[in-house]
Design a protein around this ligand. Sequence first.
Ligand SMILES: [Fe+2]
Length: 306
Amino acid sequence: MKALRGPLGSIVELLSKRKAPKPPPIEVRRFAGPAAFQSALDGIRVAHLTDLHVGRVTPLAVQREAVALANGAEPDLTVITGDFVCHSQKYLDELTAVISELKSPVLCVLGNHDHWSGAEAVRKALRKGGAEVLDNAHTTLTLRHQRLQVVGLDDAYTGHADREKALKGLRADLPTLGLSHIAEEADALWAAGVPLVLSGHTHAGQVTVAKLHELSIGRIAGHKYVHGLYGDRGTTGAVYVGAGVGAAIIPLRVGERGRREVTLFELGAAVGSFDEHHTEQRALPGRKPSKRATARRARMGRNKAS
Ligand SMILES: [Fe+2]
């Protein structure tokens, strides 16, 4: 094509020299599943999203980008581990629209913000979008002619998790994936035969430079699991804490670990069969919440939660 001359040519030249647009603000991280799945599953991909916080703090375009990234990976299943809303029920129609854009089957559990904003209304919006909500329950799916059992705990932060109820009738002969908004619930799920638990809640601390997230989420908030993979996929069991997509208060995210995230789990794949973002990390000491804190967290949604 002939080069343009004159003022128009200068504008075209100027535009072509502009910096390339920023890369999408969402990281896609990929991990193998636990060793226990290798004999039972082959080529099952699960996309994990968490903490969408659909509302005024997180632009809808970000939610749509996360959904597009998940869909682009062509997962067999998408799981979402809570905190769909923040502070209100004003954006439930938008939540339904976002969820309905996911192309694979969707399973999810609720988080603390969902209870504080009105759990039943959030459940209704999720179901309307085509998702199944696991409230201390389990289900079995057939994906690529293979059976995967998924157990979901309701939110432990607000005192709604009921492990006994969730595990009742769980089959020991099927590979089982766990979902819990609060990652610390994984310890007991491992012992019940759930070798991989996916979770959220921490947003990876959002600010992770100079390991600030380990101070804020670990030392101050008392979490053992702050962001990423912990435990052992070969023996005891593992938990993954997703960095999340949205935010409830401020959208600020600084540092590589704190970026918005879509995570892919290749169930049936061996650890080491492809490059992973990181390997299992050591848990922080953690601290159980005081009775006062537990009561306050449960009280916050009492007038709205079902
Ligand atoms: Fe959250």
